[in-house]
Design a protein around this ligand. Structure first.
Ligand code: GTP
Ligand code: MG
Length: 325
């Protein structure tokens, strides 16, 4: 709470704009360190629910390039922006560059920009939860907008729905077949379709194909996905892309979709954390819990099948002081 004398030092530093501490706490989250928990707890009431804009899409479609141009646009408009790349194929570090495949202008003196790539293998509750927690740290640190890039290896990343307030699915011309096969999944994810590399031939066709698919609404919540063409090399479409983001964010505020989306994401987060905890507890019990050992013996001896064993297993009160009821 405001003015709490018990605010952890790291939380106070993050609120005061200390970027090194911010980076350190992000690493704690990334590595599943218990040190993260009191900081996250202290900062949660200090978050505002800033727009979190997710970019996902197949490899190499230009997600990082688009982020770079969006950062330029947002900075020109005086908005501060943080970028998170989740499990990136080309990592960036030290607040600078997304690998060498794209040239993200270094802005070492600009406190209004923060870049971070993260791998989240060790994090509690999975990748989506860790990313959400990092977004929350960035929110508390005062950034106006958070941009998240997720790499789905040749696919789009469904988890972006658990992270972003606005999700952009980035595609390129000549992904016709891919669009068809991804169709069902795509439309659950995308608030905005971005046809990038529109300097290449076939962009108009791709846009038309998408428009045909989009026409098959109505959509849950009442938002029809927007379609925007961009080219980062020709520097076109960036403003239109951001306008689409703003339109979607305004739609969320107008319709109550922001609250509904937040509740859905929080529910998924809590479930993810509980699943993680139960999994860890059970794994820990495998060797020392007599009940579990008996079940395992029975399954090994073919007198019990795995599903029945799973159903019989009591989840509550594992041994140890913490789990006792
Ligand atoms: N012709 C053209 N090439 C582009 C455009 N945008 C990006 N590229 C190129 O596409 C390649 C991949 O760009 P990235 O921004 O790294 O794409 P990405 O989607 O972030 O890639 P991954 O993170 O590896 O999935 C680079 O060589 C870019 O220069 C564009 O608008 N037109
Ligand atoms: Mg990238």
């Amino acid at each position: 709470m405001k003015g709490s004398p018990r605010l952890p030092t790291a939380a106070r530093a993050i609120l005061a704009g200390d970027r090194r501490t911010l980076a350190r706490v992000i690493s704690w989250v990334e590595n599943g360190s218990p040190s993260a928990e009191p900081v996250l707890r202290a900062l949660y009431p200090r978050t505002h629910g800033v727009p979190v804009v997710g970019l996902t899409g197949p490899l190499g479609v230009g997600k990082s390039s688009l982020i770079s141009t969006l950062v330029g646009l947002l900075r020109a408009r005086g908005r501060s922006v943080a970028v998170v790349a989740v499990d990136p194929s080309s990592p960036f570090s030290g607040g600078s560059v997304l690998g060498d495949r794209i040239r993200l202008e270094r802005r070492p003196d600009d406190a209004g920009v923060f870049f971070r790539s993260m791998a989240s293998r060790g994090a509690a509750g999975g990748v989506a939860t860790a990313t959400l927690e990092v977004c929350r740290l960035l929110d508390a640190a005062g950034f106006d907008v958070v941009l998240v890039e997720t790499v789905g290896s040749g696919q789009v990343d469904v988890a972006i729905r658990e992270i972003a307030t606005t999700s952009i699915v980035v595609l390129v011309p000549h992904l016709g077949d891919e669009v068809q096969t991804l169709k069902a999944g795509l439309f659950e994810i995308a608030d905005i379709f971005c046809v990038n590399k529109s300097d290449l031939p076939g962009a108009d066709v791709a846009r038309r194909d998408l428009a045909d698919l989009v026409a098959h609404g109505p959509y849950e919540g009442g938002w029809t996905p927007a379609i925007v063409s961009t080219s980062t090399t020709a520097a076109t479409g960036t403003e239109e892309l951001w306008s689409a983001v703003e339109a979607h964010e305004a739609f969320l505020d107008r319709t109550g979709g922001r609250r509904a989306g937040e509740r859905r994401r929080l529910a998924a987060e809590i479930v993810g954390l509980v699943r993680d905890r139960v999994g860890r507890e059970l794994t820990g019990r495998l060797e020392r819990d007599p009940e579990l050992r008996r079940l395992l013996d029975a399954v090994t001896a073919r007198t019990l099948d795995p599903r029945s064993a799973a159903r019989r297993l009591r989840l509550a009160s594992p041994p140890g002081p913490e789990g006792r009821r």
